[in-house]
Design a protein around this ligand. Structure first.
Ligand code: FAD
Ligand code: UQ1
Length: 380
C-alpha cells in the first residue's frame, strides 16, 4: 500500500476529510500533503522494523535523539494491540475493542509510517526491501519484528478454530473464542496446550487455565498456545543466529556482527522470557546503547535480563513474578510478591494498560528499576 493509503485512515485522515469540506484552499493543502507523502524518503538515520511494543517505544526515543523527520517505522498493520490484556479478554473480564488503537495514533508525530511488510534485510548494504517494492536505506537499524505464531504447525489448525469449543488468547482473531468456549462449557475435559518452542509470555497459558478453573467446575474445551518462531523474514537473513533470532549482545542489544544494527523484544535471542515488561526494560538500555554508538563511544549500560509476568490466578488475584537472566527474583515492591494479591490484579488490569499507552509507547517507561531502587532504599 502507498504512503497515501497510510495517512488516509484514522484520526489524521478525518482531520483532512473535514478540511476538504471547507473549500478549495483546504483541497490544495491535502494535495500538498499527498505529494509529500508519496515522495516519502528512501533513506533514514534510524529505521525501525515493526510497530509493536518495542518498535513504537524505540521510535519515540529515537525521535528525541535525532528528530522525527529522521526516523521511520515499517509496519503493515492498521491497528496496534496491547496484547497483555488478551488474557483477561479470553476470560471475559475485559473487552477486545479496548485492547487496540489505530496504528496511526501511536506513531510518534512527525515520524514516517511506511505501511508495508519487510521482505528482505540486507545489512551488508544498509538497506531493507518491502513488499511494496521499496528499497529503504538507513544509518542505524532497529529490528522489533516480534514473534511469529505458527498455528498451521498443529494438524487441524487454523481451520479447527471454526469449532465453537476451541480458542486461543494469542491472536486477535481467536481470543474472543476462548471466552465463548468458557461460557458454553458444561462438562468434559478442558485442555490447555503449551508448545515446545520459545513463546511470548510463557505465563499466559497458565493464567487462562487458572481463570477457567475459577470460572467453571466441569470441563470441555481447548485453549491453544501455538508453536512460535522467529518471523520468516528473519530466519534466512544475515542478522539471524542459527535458530533464526536476531543475534544481539545480551547486555547492550547491539548486533554481534553489524554494529549499526540493534534488536529489541520477542524477535531477539536475548535469553530471557519474552514479555512487554522485558521490552520496556530493554528500551531504556537500547536508547543508551544507540546514543553512545552514535557518538562513536562504546555502549556501557547493561541489560540484566529483567522480565516480568503478572500471573493471573483468579478474577481478583495476581502473583507478580519478576526475574533476571539467572531466573533470580528481581522484585519491585517491598512486600511478599509470591502472595496472590488484589492490588497486583488491579495493576495488571488497569494500571499497566494506562502505563503502556501513555508512557511506554511515548518512550518514557524503561521498566520499574528506579521504583525498585526507591522502595528497597526505603527498606534498608
Ligand atoms: P510485537 O509487539 O508483537 O510487535 C511486532 C510488530 O512487528 C507487529 O506490529 C507486527 O505487525 C510487526 N511485523 C511482523 N512482521 C513484520 C514484517 N515482516 N514487516 C514489518 N512489520 C512486521 N507481556 C507482559 O509484559 N506482561 C503480560 O502480562 C503479557 N501477557 C501476554 C498475554 C498474551 C495473550 C500475549 C499474546 C502476550 C502477552 N505478553 C505479555 C507479551 C507481550 O505482548 C510481547 O512480549 C510484546 O508485545 C513484544 O513486543 P515486540 O515489539 O517484540 O513484538
Ligand atoms: C511492565 O513494565 C510492563 O511493561 C509495560 C508490563 O507489561 C504489560 C508488565 O506486565 C509489568 C508487570 C511491568 C513491570 C512494572 C511494574 C510497575 C512492576
Amino acid at each position: 500500500m502507498t504512503p497515501l493509503a497510510a495517512v488516509a485512515s484514522g484520526p489524521r485522515a478525518q482531520l483532512f476529510a473535514c478540511s476538504l469540506r471547507l473549500g478549495t484552499q483546504q483541497i490544495s493543502l491535502l494535495q500538498l500533503h499527498t505529494r509529500s507523502s508519496l515522495a516519502a524518503k528512501n533513506h533514514y538515520e534510524v529505521l525501525v522494523l515493526g510497530g509493536g511494543s518495542g518498535g513504537i517505544s524505540m521510535a519515540a526515543r529515537m525521535k528525541r535523539r535525532v528528530g522525527a523527520e529522521n526516523v521511520a517505522i515499517v509496519e503493515p498493520s492498521e491497528r496496534h494491540f496491547y496484547q497483555p490484556i488478551w488474557t483477561l479478554v479470553g476470560a471475559g473480564a475485559k473487552q477486545l475493542a479496548a485492547s487496540g488503537r489505530p496504528t496511526v495514533s501511536v506513531i510518534p508525530s512527525g515520524v514516517e509510517w511506511i505501511k508495508a511488510r519487510v521482505v528482505e534485510l540486507n545489512p551488508n548494504k544498509n538497506c531493507v526491501h518491502t513488499d511494496s517494492g521499496k528499497e529503504i536505506s538507513y544509518k542505524y537499524l532497529i529490528i522489533a519484528l516480534g514473534i511469529q505464531l505458527d498455528y498451521e504447525k498443529i494438524k487441524g489448525l487454523p481451520e479447527g478454530f471454526d469449532h465453537p469449543k476451541i480458542g486461543s488468547n494469542y491472536s486477535v482473531k481467536t481470543v474472543e473464542k476462548t471466552w465463548k468456549a468458557l461460557q458454553d462449557f458444561k462438562e468434559g475435559n478442558a485442555i490447555f496446550t503449551f508448545p515446545n518452542t520459545p513463546v511470548k509470555c510463557a505465563g499466559a497459558p497458565q493464567k487462562i487455565m487458572y481463570l477457567s478453573e475459577a470460572y467453571f467446575q466441569k470441563y470441555e474445551m481447548l485453549h491453544v498456545t501455538p508453536p512460535m518462531s522467529s518471523p520468516d523474514v528473519l530466519k534466512t537473513s544475515p542478522v539471524a543466529d542459527a535458530a533464526g533470532w536476531v543475534d544481539v549482545d545480551k547486555e547492550t542489544l547491539q548486533h554481534k556482527k553489524y554494529p549499526n544494527v540493534f534488536g529489541i523484544g520477542d524477535c531477539t535471542n536475548l535469553p530471557t522470557s519474552k514479555t512487554a515488561a522485558a521490552v520496556a526494560a530493554q528500551s531504556g538500555i537500547l536508547d543508551r546503547t544507540i546514543s553512545l554508538v552514535m557518538k562513536n563511544q562504546k555502549p556501557m549500560k547493561k541489560y540484566d535480563g529483567y522480565t516480568s509476568c503478572p500471573l493471573v490466578t483468579g478474577y481478583n488475584r495476581v502473583i507478580l513474578a519478576e526475574f533476571d537472566y539467572n531466573a533470580q527474583p528481581l522484585e519491585t515492591f517491598p512486600f511478599d510478591q509470591s502472595r496472590e494479591r488484589l492490588t497486583m490484579y488491579l495493576m495488571k488490569a488497569d494500571l499497566m494498560p494506562f502505563l503502556y499507552w501513555n508512557m511506554m509507547l511515548r518512550g518514557y517507561w524503561g521498566g520499574p528499576a528506579f521504583l525498585r531502587k526507591v522502595f528497597h532504599l526505603g527498606m534498608s
